[in-house]
Design a protein around this ligand. Structure first.
Ligand SMILES: Nc1ncnc2c1ncn2[C@@H]1O[C@H](COP(=O)(O)OP(=O)(O)OP(=O)(O)O)[C@@H](O)[C@H]1O
Ligand SMILES: Nc1nc2c(c(=O)[nH]1)N=C(CO)CN2
Length: 158
């Protein structure tokens, strides 16, 4: 079973650029994952509690993993990069969110697809539109290039 997936990457602790580049390499070499595309890195104002700016980007992966196994892989890579889970929406060395998995809709206690907050997040939609403008977000039924027009992108910069 093959699926095309979109993943969001973020970091605001440590050398975020080096961490995100290393995380992409790690993903690209993970079993059952092929890296198809990656966006540029954007500096973004933190959403949530006061904290340093983030560096954010997105990647498209071809995977031979179930959604749950892909999430487990993402969480394991976060741990490898020293992620310490503290407050919700608090600062982190590496955050990997599973945004889209083909046109799947899933709502379980541990995994929601599409990511439920992706439609309102400029720090997700701006990098994603670079690499997947015509992907239909299955809850809204709208393509990413339309969704990005509806968010305030003024705090997202190259
Ligand atoms: N699509 C998804 N991608 C990543 N994690 C998810 C997803 N759906 C549910 N989760 C669950 O969310 C849990 C907490 O994730 P995390 O700590 O990264 O949240 P957060 O980054 O603080 O907030 P947000 O989810 O708003 O980005 C994960 O352990 C995972 O079980
Ligand atoms: N700009 C920005 N803000 C955030 C981010 C993020 O990646 N970028 N991640 C969060 C928790 O997922 C909370 N706030």
């Amino acid at each position: 079973m093959q699926a095309r997936c979109a993943v969001a990457l973020g970091s605001n602790i440590g050398d975020s650029h080096a961490i995100l580049e290393a995380a992409i390499e790690r993903l690209a070499h993970a079993p059952s994952i092929v890296l198809q595309a990656k966006s540029r890195w954007y500096t973004t104002k933190a959403v949530g509690p006061p904290q340093p700016n983030y560096l954010n980007g997105c990647a498209i992966l071809q995977v031979e993993l179930s959604p749950q196994l892909l999430l487990d892989t993402l969480l394991a890579i976060e741990q490898e990069f020293g992620r310490v889970r503290q407050q919700r929406w608090g600062p982190r060395s590496l955050d990997l969110d599973l945004l889209l998995y083909d046109d799947l809709r899933l709502d379980t206690p541990t995994l929601q697809i599409p990511h439920p907050r992706m439609r309102e997040r400029a720090f997700v939609l701006v990098p994603l539109v670079e690499i997947a403008p015509n992907w239909v977000e299955p809850v809204s039924g709208r393509v990413i290039k339309e969704l990005v027009k509806e968010v305030d992108c003024s705090d997202v910069h190259l």
